[in-house]
Design a protein around this ligand. Sequence first.
Ligand code: ADE
Ligand code: ZN
Length: 334
Amino acid sequence: MNNFHSFLNNLPKAELHMHLEGSLEPELLFKLAQRNQIKLPFDSVEALRAAYEFGNLQDFLDIYYQGAGVLQTEQDFYDLTWAYLERCKAQNVLHVEPFFDPQTHTDRGIAFDTVIKGIDRALQDAKTQLGISSRLIMCFLRHLPEAAAFETLEQSLPYQDKITAVGLDSSEKGFPPELFERVFAKAREAGFLTVAHAGEEGPAEYIWQALDLLKVQRIDHGVRCVEDPALVEHLIKIQMPLTVCPLSNTKLCVFKDMREHNILALLERGVKVTINSDDPAYFGGYMTENFVAVADALNMTKAQAIKLAENSFTASFLSEAEKAEWVKRLQLLH
Ligand code: ADE
Ligand code: ZN
């Protein structure tokens, strides 16, 4: 690490786009498979890691859902979440708003209660033991029917004190946000905030739908907004956050090379972009690795790094007073 890389690592940051199931490192995956007596189609950690070459989002999702099959007990979900939070601590990520996909587990016969209790206990321990605050986001899988999302929303209601927002993830193309307009309306009525993946592989039109129909507080990814100049103007005007995931985008071939990534161009135009890791165990790194990859490929300045960190807090679901505290603290770094 050079001096600027160390600066990026030490910069206080928030992470707003990370799937907990995507932080399952091969080592933990093998350990949990052994603990739960599950036979894996890979002989070693190295063989598994070598399979992490993806041509598109679906290639990745196929392996990601398979990997999540080793998660069975409350302790497994605790261990998964805790391992992520320890990485956060080492990279000075001090506030997190992770996603989890309940349907990936309930469809295998794992109780919603088991999943949420393991995750929540780790998040509570992180607050007291690591000084990391959090808000949890429950995602609906968009390749599954609307009825399944409604059922998941129903299952989540007894745990509303532990879940701040609902989101929308999984295969994007062919599954537009409009399919989930009604379930998002019901989630908002129940008091949940909303976010949605849009404009990762899908077109700019999906971003409009997420804004207009799902009434989201943030767009996850959103990098294809540039295909619609009126949309970019609108995102700037309403200061809609985009939770961008640089290493994910190059791993899944959304951009061929990091030097082609549009994140800093969007930042300079006044779009409220943030840097995030998406599925760090699969895409080559956590928050610092994402900051470093962008810095090296696109000559990020110190002022841009501070602005990205500031955006990560102001785009979060923290209170206005908490956001102001973080902004003040970050301004001292100029
Ligand atoms: N689930 C996990 N990672 C995802 C991504 N990058 N896009 C959509 N769904 C996901
Ligand atoms: Zn994602």
